[in-house]
Design a protein around this ligand. Structure first.
Ligand code: ADP
Ligand code: MG
Length: 665
């Protein structure tokens, strides 16, 4: 029996549904945090505007009437007495309420208020009156067949039946920060008794995530630092310069500097552990490719890992073009490569017939044997978990590591977090780029926005449209909703498709390929396209509910356009004016943006749950939770040097987690 089935209310059917949400264990369920909260409190009707969402409670007056408007459309109308006034209520298509909804019942109504008709069109009818203090309710991502209420119930039941929670924060640190207990934190992140406790819960859980994350990073560093295993090469720099001189463009000064730093690392007898950071479009890929070439000149293989298949095949195509006149042999290895093909590639990696392999996680999940792997490059490094980056097996030597990131963090911060990792930065962009023009707009400007979109479509340019969620959600747009909207507006003149994280990878790949080939005009997506995708004919990106995203994410998304020589536009839409979006309107420099983000984001930010099994970070975000990260880093270093080595029994659960990190030899 599945462990989840021991939780009251969960049977085999529900287990299958939960699995769709990535919940496979009780632990997963307890860490399936709300992505936002709703505050339920009584509205003073005399203060609201026509059309506002309201919440009121009262007693049903008279007998409710059901009216059949058509086969599919039924409504119930009734009146409620809420002490001060009497209000009419209309409920559509919830006939099941009929039996319960009776004269004299106490009810709470949530819905839209029509002032003129003194009527609420109810979204939700609950039985019972509102408590006197506001209630904070969790909102979870759902899947069809499971409502957010179901999920809330399961979690409440799971919390009620759990006694021992594993707490990874050492006691002395919990005391230092005055953290609430793990149990209290989990209870309050799901069912906060008030805002203050919710904040405390988030702080504590975030700290724990970062503590374990940095502990793993540092532990790994300790293990790989062994320079005895480093590769010593003798790359002919003149050969590399010759290669560079034959490129179709001239490298920027920063690109040359980064390239030379890498080559000098490769030639040294220390193991390279370098971060190459540069804004979107700054040209990191070519630096990586030149490094792969230099590594090849010295007789070693290179593996490049990227977070998505889309990006892998794009890099592969580019590499094939770049090296068409050279002997370097390249292969693409992703989850969708056929079995036969894959076996062939694996054999060739083992006997050294392939010099450069580009791939996704598939590269690390299997046991790949290289003949002489010399360099591992990871693109968008944060997407990978700590234990994945270094999981290559190689006989005798340890490969050098180059990590690339397009979410630049200010240099001093980078040094604090990564410690002994060296950093190369590409600050200036290649010449002649047209800056993306950004507009912060409001939802009520939709007509104007559609007109701007039409103008691009008329010129046969392509457009990205971004929504925060995949499925219906009351307060933000979903991919599905936007597809309908766009079909209505442009269905006749444009081909519109959808891509998001829940599609099968084959389907995703197909849609992306078609977008690349201009067979799709408008691509509606979640942030899955955030990373690396390169379609130069796409000239506009329209982001709905932009205020729900972090600035770095928005900047990344904006980087999907402006990749060719056509003037491109980014439209950020929010319900209300938003300073952060205004800042993006006037700033195009990723470094400045991330600094602004660091400085202006309070810890009170309640958005941004991102489930990531790989890094273990759900609430915490390396780029955003910077201030806490610096503190945690210090604590981790102290913990490692003072406490860790004594192998105290009380930390067994921590050692156990560290043991899970891939064996490196
Ligand atoms: P990112 O840093 O976001 O990964 P890319 O490496 O994808 O950026 O580069 C973006 C585009 O700029 C690519 O089409 C690349 O060929 C081009 N590019 C890179 N370096 C230069 C340069 N020095 N001059 C002109 N174009 C360049
Ligand atoms: Mg890139």
């Amino acid at each position: 029996m599945n462990e989840l089935e021991q939780i009251p209310g969960i049977g085999p059917k529900t287990v299958t549904l939960l699995e769709k949400l990535g919940i496979r264990s009780k632990d997963n369920l307890l860490h399936y945090y709300p992505f936002r909260y709703e505050v339920i409190k009584r509205t003073d009707l005399s203060l609201v505007n026509d059309g506002d969402n309201v919440t009121i409670d009262g007693i049903v007056e008279g007998q409710p009437t059901t009216i059949f408007l058509s086969k599919k459309l039924k409504k119930i109308i009734f009146r409620i007495n809420c002490k001060k006034t009497i209000v009419n209520v209309t409920v559509y298509n919830q006939v099941y309420l009929n039996n319960e909804l009776k004269y004299g019942k106490e009810v709470t109504i949530i819905g839209k208020y029509d002032r003129l008709k003194n009527t609420i069109v109810a979204k939700e009818v609950r039985f019972g009156l509102l408590p006197d203090v506001p209630v904070i309710e969790p909102v979870y991502y759902t899947t069809s067949g499971l409502s957010r209420k179901n999920i809330a119930k399961f979690i409440t039941n799971a919390l009620a039946t759990t006694e021992d929670y594993i707490d990874y924060i050492p006691d002395y640190l919990s005391e230092k920060y005055n953290f609430i207990s793990k149990k209290e934190a989990l209870i309050n992140i799901h069912n906060p008794s008030d805002i203050l406790l919710l904040k405390k819960a988030r702080q504590r859980l975030k700290y724990e995530e970062l503590f374990m994350y940095l502990l793993k990073v540092n532990y790994l560093k300790m293990k790989i630092k062994d320079d005895k295993l480093a590769i010593k090469r003798n790359i002919d720099v003149e050969e590399v310069k010759k290669f560079i001189s034959q490129l179709t463009f001239t490298l920027t000064t920063d690109q040359i500097k980064a390239t030379m730093e890498i080559i000098s690392d490769l030639n040294s007898d220390k193991r390279m552990n370098r971060l190459l950071q540069g804004d979107v479009g700054s040209g990191k890929t070519i630096v990586a490719f030149i490094s792969a070439y230099a590594n090849y000149l010295a007789g070693y293989q290179t593996a490049m890992m990227v977070p998505t298949e889309i990006l892998a095949s794009q890099h592969y195509d580019n590499a094939i073009k770049l090296f068409s006149n050279y002997n370097l042999k390249i292969a693409l290895l992703t989850g969708s490569v056929s079995k036969k093909n894959k076996e062939e590639i694996l054999t060739k990696l083992e006997n050294g017939e392939i010099d450069f392999v580009i791939g996704t996680q598939a590269l690390i999940q299997d046991k790949i044997v290289f003949k002489n792997l010399g360099l591992v490059i990871t693109d968008e490094q944060h997407r990978f978990g700590v234990n994945q980056r270094n999981n290559f097996k190689n006989k005798g030597t340890m490969p050098d590591i180059l990590s690339m990131s397009a979410t630049p963090i200010p240099r001093t911060y980078a040094l604090t977090i990564y410690g002994d990792m060296d950093v190369s930065s590409i600050v200036t962009k290649p010449e002649g780029r047209k800056e993306v023009i950004t507009y912060a707009k409001k939802e009520k400007d939709l007509f104007e926005i559609l007109t701007m979109m039409k103008k691009e479509l008329d010129q046969k340019h392509q457009i990205y449209v971004i929504a925060p969620s995949i499925e219906e959600d009351d307060d933000s747009y979903s991919v599905i909703e936007l597809k309908e909207k766009m079909e209505k507006a442009f269905g006749k003149i444009a081909k519109i498709e959808v891509v998001h994280g829940k599609l099968e990878s084959e389907e995703k790949e197909k849609v992306m390929r078609n977008f690349e080939k201009s067979k799709i005009d408008i691509l509606i997506s979640t942030t899955v396209i955030e990373v690396g995708v390169n379609v130069p004919n796409a000239s506009m990106i329209v982001i709905f509910n932009a205020n729900l995203f972090g600035l770095s994410t928005l900047h990344q998304l904006r980087g999907r356009v402006g990749r060719g020589d056509i003037q491109s536009y980014c439209i950020l839409i929010s319900k209300e004016n938003c300073d952060r979006l205004k800042f993006l309107e006037n700033n195009n420099d990723g470094f400045k943006i991330s600094e602004y983000d660091f400085e202006n984001r309070g810890e009170g930010d309640l958005f941004g749950v991102r489930q990531s099994g790989e890094t273990g970070l759900i609430l915490a975000n390396i780029n955003r939770d910077f201030k806490m990260l610096v503190r945690v880093k210090e604590d981790v270093v102290n913990f490692m040097s003072n406490v860790f080595n004594e192998q105290l029994e009380q930390y067994n659960h921590i050692y156990k987690e560290l043991d899970k990190i891939g064996n490196l030899n």
